[in-house]
Design a protein around this ligand. Structure first.
Ligand SMILES: Cc1cc2nc3c(=O)[nH]c(=O)nc-3n(C[C@H](O)[C@H](O)[C@H](O)COP(=O)(O)OP(=O)(O)OC[C@H]3O[C@@H](n4cnc5c(N)ncnc54)[C@H](O)[C@@H]3O)c2cc1C
Length: 243
């Protein structure tokens, strides 16, 4: 039976830059890597300036001012002439939320093709169900006996999954037993407009903690590549956001 290969950080990114990989959930399994970037703040300026038949090769104060104006007034199309690709390793329940963002491109590992590595996300702390917000959680507490039960559930699911595969059951059916906290991997490609849209929705306190940690990581990785655009977005549209 094929085993999912353990993903190792590549020595260099596709564009030759040193890779930066984050572990957004801090469990040694989750990962977020910016694998490819094309474009920069200058391309945002040139996309906007083409209306006047103008072209620049460098950023100066005037160009920065233009980007800040575009961001402030949400003139979004000049932010679409670039591309960012992230390689993401996250629990299935996070990927379900993530892939609701349709204006992007995705390719994901298939547990029809390969056996799951049976890596599970175990929350470092529990949160209570929020009684005000039906989809929210509050607080943070530890309870070893609950954690033990959770781990037992995962171990049981993993054991039966293995047994079904051993019995020759197709991977596409056996995977039905994999819990929502099973890790999956995918490549996510977006442009800056779409990234900002994602960040706006997923950095909000109303978004689930786990996807918020990934959104935070994406901003951290993308910011050095688009310092003026993302810096202005942060300033005008997310000043209160805890980043
Ligand atoms: C905190 C939070 C809670 C959520 N809870 C739920 C939930 O309980 N249940 C649930 O199903 N979803 C839920 N969602 C998902 C949410 O409804 C969106 O699907 C998700 O945020 C993606 O947003 P989007 O459609 O704007 O992004 P994208 O799909 O990337 O689309 C970007 C933009 O393109 C345009 N667009 C895309 N597709 C269409 C279309 N078919 N028609 C017209 N315009 C289009 C829209 O302007 C859209 O804003 C939640 C999202 C958040 C942030």
């Amino acid at each position: 039976m094929e085993q999912v290969p353990t993903q190792k950080a590549p020595a260099v990114c596709a564009n030759g830059a040193t890779p930066t990989i984050l572990d957004p959930l801090g469990d040694g399994i989750s990962s977020l890597e910016l694998v490819r970037v094309s474009g920069s703040d200058v391309d945002v300026v040139n996309a906007a300036r083409v209306s006047f038949g103008k072209f620049v090769t460098e950023m100066d104060e005037k160009e920065e001012k233009l980007i800040r104006y575009l961001v402030k007034h949400m003139h979004t199309s000049p932010f679409e002439h670039n591309q960012l690709s992230f390689r993401v390793k996250t629990p299935l329940f996070v990927s379900r939320q993530w892939m609701r963002h349709r204006m992007n491109s995705y390719n994901e590992i298939s547990y029809r093709y390969v056996k799951s590595a049976l890596e599970f996300y175990v929350p470092p702390h529990w949160r209570y169900q929020d009684n005000q917000n039906r989809q929210g959680s509050v607080g943070s507490f530890d309870d070893e006996s609950l954690k033990q039960k959770y781990l037992e559930g995962l171990a049981h699911a993993a054991k039966i999954y293995e047994e079904l595969l051993e019995a020759g059951i197709a991977r596409e059916l056996a995977r039905g037993l994999l819990p929502m906290c099973t890790y999956t991997e995918f490549i996510f490609t977006c442009n800056l407009h779409s990234l900002i849209h994602f960040l706006r929705l997923r950095l909000e306190p109303g978004a689930q903690y786990e996807i918020r940690m990934f959104a935070k990581g994406m901003l951290k990785l993308a910011l050095p590549h688009f310092p003026v655009s993302l810096g202005a977005w942060k300033e005008f549209h997310a000043p209160q956001m805890e980043l």
